[in-house]
Design a protein around this ligand. Structure first.
Ligand SMILES: Cc1cc2nc3c(=O)[nH]c(=O)nc-3n(C[C@H](O)[C@H](O)[C@H](O)COP(=O)(O)OP(=O)(O)OC[C@H]3O[C@@H](n4cnc5c(N)ncnc54)[C@H](O)[C@@H]3O)c2cc1C
Length: 366
């Protein structure tokens, strides 16, 4: 029997994960992306990739919460599956931790922490209330010795975690190649039809050349790049700072409450930390602004003065793709499948969304 040929526009987190699951299900997959595989200016590469179903509920809703809970169960399984198949078998599995997260506030910002705690208690279903635990200064020091004596109180959000997005995206690219995906980089998708992708080469000898790829099913996973096709889609600018610091050891992500914004510090292997993220209702794709750099850097320094010696490795900005209701969407519209609107919880929700879309696509074909 001929295998189903799926054409996916966009090879970010959504496009790569969907391609992987469809290849595993026996489909043929062609991916097209305007950027190179390791480009850093996409939401998927810039993300801090915290997996925060509890903390995110403060700014989202029951739909995102349920997707997050389902994804938290899938993440370790999928990381194991990918590692078992990875041809670079000498590399360790993608870094994934699920040791909870902390929320703290400096003395003048205690009312923000109190409000955040009440909001979570109000929105969390009763079965999850016990996962939010108040910590005094001694309990904080036990969980995170580097913060001993720095904060009078905090919150522990049990079960939250983080994944190293750069490792995950690279491992997916290797696995897609091993499974035989055809991947066109540097190719701008210009139009989508139910059984055809029309694209233009952006660079190289054949720059400007237009071509089309006939397929059985078309999926649009272009993030904010789907704006011309998907009404209600917008890009929300986010900026992050990546540093290396040997003077501070954190076991888990730490959120710092502030009346104007929340910032977080996410530990990664090899003394690396991701500090994020700004959230601006703007589709500006320019470099990180001085103001954002100062705010992110000050938050980091105020968490622990030893971060003053941190080496700045990169400043990244990207657009989070968001829909009007700020919820993710997997749907078919005019014969084209869409996965989009992953907004600020793409890593949190991706496994559940991709799992559901894979089933919908396979069930839709005879
Ligand atoms: C600063 C920041 C921090 C974040 N932190 C977190 C976090 O801690 N936890 C969490 O869960 N989520 C977080 N997110 C959100 C998460 O990163 C996104 O929801 C997710 O990565 C979106 O993935 P995507 O594949 O839909 O979009 P994208 O990553 O934008 O990928 C879209 C792809 O489509 C390609 N493309 C676009 N237009 C075209 C075109 N015309 N032709 C061909 N290709 C095209 C792009 O090149 C890109 O590769 C963060 C996002 C940002 C920006």
């Amino acid at each position: 029997m001929r295998s189903l040929h799926i054409g996916i526009a966009g090879a970010g987190l959504a496009g790569r994960m969907l391609a992987w699951r469809l290849l595993r299900a026996g489909c043929r997959v062609t991916l097209l992306d305007m950027r190179q595989r390791d480009a850093l200016d996409t939401a998927s590469m810039a993300a801090a990739a915290m997996l925060s179903p509890l903390a995110e509920l403060a700014v989202s809703d029951a739909v995102v919460f349920a997707l997050g809970q389902r994804s938290m169960a899938l993440w370790p399984q999928w990381i194991d599956e990918l590692h078992a198949a990875d041809p670079a078998a000498d590399t360790p599995p993608v870094y994934f931790r699920q040791q909870g997260s902390l929320v703290v506030a400096h003395a003048p910002d205690q009312s923000s922490l109190a409000h955040f705690t009440r909001l979570l208690q109000h929105k969390l279903p009763p079965a999850y209330q016990s996962q939010v635990q108040r910590l005094d200064t001694a309990a904080l020091a036990t969980l995170e010795p580097a913060l001993a004596g720095r904060f009078a109180q905090g919150l522990y959000l049990q079960g939250e975690g983080q994944v190293a997005n750069d490792q995950w995206m690279a491992a997916l690219a290797r696995e897609l190649a091993r499974l035989g995906a055809v991947w066109h980089s540097g190719v701008a998708v210009q139009a989508l039809e139910p059984r055809c992708l029309r694209a233009r080469r952006m660079a190289g000898e054949h720059a400007g050349e237009e071509f089309s790829i006939p397929v059985d099913i078309v999926v649009d996973a272009r993030g904010a790049g789907s704006k011309p096709l998907l009404s209600g889609l917008r890009g929300v600018r986010g900026e992050v700072l990546r540093v290396e610091c040997k003077g501070v050891v954190l076991q888990r992500p730490v959120r710092l409450m502030h009346p104007r914004y929340q910032l977080y510090v996410v530990p990664r292997p090899d003394h690396l930390f991701v500090v994020g993220a700004t959230e601006l209702e703007s589709e500006d794709t320019g470099p990180v602004t001085l103001r954002s750099m100062l705010e992110l850097g000050s938050a980091l320094y105020s968490l622990h003065p030893a971060f003053g010696e941190a080496r700045v490795l990169s400043l990244l900005s990207a657009l989070r793709p968001a829909l009007d209701n700020d919820q993710p969407a997997c749907m078919q519209q005019d014969g084209i499948w869409h996965i989009n609107g992953l907004y600020r919880h793409g890593y949190l929700c991706a496994p559940a969304l991709v799992d559901s879309l894979t089933r919908q696509i396979l069930d839709s074909t005879p």
